[in-house]
Write a protein that binds this ligand. Structure first.
Ligand SMILES: [Zn+2]
Length: 118
């Protein structure tokens, strides 16, 4: 249930953004990037998003969550790696000394807006 405060602040941020862009009520899709290292569950986030946007300028929008894989580089041999299972170690040299470069994302990637003229 820890997705609720995160989605709540996301919705607040989005509401300010749609006001600024002048697209209130016309957003159809919100694309969110969610790193695999975050402990948030995409289904829970879309559920809270729908609940929190009901009756707001974002009511017509749905949340699309794109999961970002965990990427990194080995500090031992310099190999670039994609991690899928814990524990994270280098697949080449076995070193646990890794630099994680992606996978912690929680950010709004883009918005799709309905064209009022069409
Ligand atoms: Zn290595």
């Amino acid at each position: 249930m820890h997705e609720l405060p995160v989605v709540s602040s996301l919705v607040t941020q989005l509401q300010a953004e749609v006001e600024r862009l002048g697209v209130a009520g016309r957003v159809t899709v919100v694309h969110l990037k969610l790193g695999a290292l975050t402990t948030f569950v995409a289904e829970a986030m879309t559920f809270y998003f729908d609940a929190l946007t009901k009756g707001t300028a974002l009511e017509s929008a749905r949340l699309e969550v794109e999961e970002v894989p965990v990427l990194g580089r080995c500090r031992g041999c310099g190999e670039k790696l994609t991690f899928e299972v814990l524990p994270f170690v280098c697949a080449v040299c076995g070193s646990p000394e890794l630099e994680i470069t992606s996978g912690r994302e929680l950010l709004i990637d883009s918005l799709e807006v309905r064209d009022e003229t069409g």
